[in-house]
Design a protein around this ligand. Sequence first.
Ligand code: FE2
Length: 245
Amino acid sequence: MTPGPVLEVQTILADGVITPAMAIDDLRTEIMGHGRIVILKGVFADARATAVRTAVADWGRQTPLAEVDDFAANYHRRRCMISRLQQAPHVFHDYNFNDLTRVPPAVREPLLALFEPLRGLYRDLTGTETAFAVPETGPYVHPQIIHYPAGGGFFARHWHNLAPQQLGFIVSLSKRGRDYRNGGTMFEIGDKRIGTEEVQDIGDICLWRYDHPHWVTQSDLGDKFDWDSEAGRWVATYAYFDPRG
Ligand SMILES: [Fe+2]
């Protein structure tokens, strides 16, 4: 166990099941009770994480950009705005897969290789069973890939309601120093600011209590910004909410 607010836990993925080297009940207590940031180390192999990034970027090139969120289909948006309620400026490109049955196999397979194990982990940690389909009513999961482009991608401070999500996943799909220069998620916990940029490697999962204020630091403005380039930092998230609620 690592002392300090960030707890690193070695983890294995075998037959689609994520197994941390710490009992699930203890892990939940660390995150939800003690408010610690947990990094599950080495969950997804570099090749698997890279395959997701590449397939999603390819899909994005073949799919027209969306201009609104419908929270039901598969779509991607380039965002460069200030969120209305929380007034959080942000620049990123998000890819949303609310209906994984309707994406081509070339992107569905790498996405399921990532999100199916996350579905199991989320169930183990929260007791909530999710499915990759939109129900008639109630909350559902929104598998999402986010690209923070080199040269200016970021997301300013914001927060979320604790319910119904309970805890968040941020899976790193890029390698610092190779795929991107800098940038990472930071959390405010009590009077402390906690960064994860230097501890989260490609394939690691960051777990955090969902009501911690957080932000994503800006990629180096000295680099060229290009929406069409894959350069920058890519992550996957597993948001669970009801956009109709
Ligand atoms: Fe957030």
